[in-house]
Design a protein around this ligand. Structure first.
Ligand code: 18C
Length: 247
């Protein structure tokens, strides 16, 4: 069959060799493995996860955490989406070509380094929230396949001498994000758009990097995380409509 441009660029089913010889590989591998494993762990068990948003199949939990007066509440969200695969979800989350179409907090995005087909380094600046200073972030992003029809993207802050922190108007924030997706379909059947379901686990910890009023910050994430996950998942469903399912 003829391969379309999109299919060629889908997340690769196996690691790209260019990544495994890169100096960041040990860190990328360790953090991605930890994040993917933690993403599918249940939020029960009384370790302090509080539900703060719920809509349809989407549930969002946070753990209140402050370090030196700065809010660093870890967030965990679960969702279920029908008609798209884990690989498709991760394709749209990882590939910078689509980012401005679903990411509403973004002001600018620069690709700092193309490590491989499955790993990139980004510099992003975000919209400013009054009365805090504008934030930016520098992070690697890695997409990989995992056991059990799973694909995941992990983003984690890094450094680069060409992008020193706190040098311009922005305060550097630090982020660890994982979008882990697992597809399922009826046993014995072939997967199709009509019978596939993808479970999503999205985990995020943002260190604001400098003073930000706790009340404003918590109000912002309570509004922005649900908005992000609803917008992103419906964006992917829209993009995939009429296209062959990519498993
Ligand atoms: O994961 C997401 N996106 C990825 C691709 O961009 C990537 C991004 C990670 C950065 C997340 C941090 C975003 C901070 C944004 C601050 C400004 C928001 C302004 C919005 C107002 C219109 O992994 C999806 C990310 C969804 C982000 C939801 C918002 C999270 C807010 C967390 C608090 C940040 C503290 C900033 C300090 C400002 C204090 C008032």
């Amino acid at each position: 069959a003829e391969r379309t441009r999109d299919q060629v660029e889908l997340p690769p089913p196996a690691l790209d060799n260019r990544l495994t010889v890169h100096s960041l590989w040990p860190e990328i591998n360790r953090i991605s493995t930890e994040q993917i494993q933690a993403a599918f762990e249940e939020v029960g068990g009384g370790i302090g996860w509080q539900l703060f948003a719920e809509e349809g199949d989407m549930r969002m939990y946070r753990r209140e955490m402050e370090v030196d007066g700065m809010v660093m509440d870890p967030l965990k969200a679960m969702h279920k989406v029908r008609g798209v695969s884990a690989r498709e979800m991760c394709h749209y989350f990882f590939n910078p070509r689509y980012r401005y179409e679903w990411e509403t907090t973004l002001e600018t995005m620069t690709i700092v380094e193309e490590i491989s087909s499955d790993a990139l380094v980004f510099h992003q600046t975000f919209k400013r929230i009054w009365p805090a200073s504008q934030r930016d972030a520098l992070f690697w992003s890695h997409v990989r396949a995992a056991e059990d029809n799973t694909y995941a993207v992990t983003n984690h802050s890094t450094s680069n001498t060409d992008y020193p922190p706190n040098s311009g108007a922005c305060i550097r924030l630090f982020v660890t994000v994982c979008l882990a997706c697992r597809s399922s379909w009826p046993a014995g059947a072939a997967p199709t758009r009509d019978n596939i379901t993808t479970s999503i686990a999205y985990c995020s910890t943002v260190n604001p990097g400098g003073w930000a009023p706790a009340g404003v910050l918590r109000a912002v994430y309570k509004r922005e995380y649900p908005k992000f996950l609803k917008r992103f998942t419906s964006y992917v469903v829209d993009q995939c409509r009429g296209k062959p399912l990519a498993i």
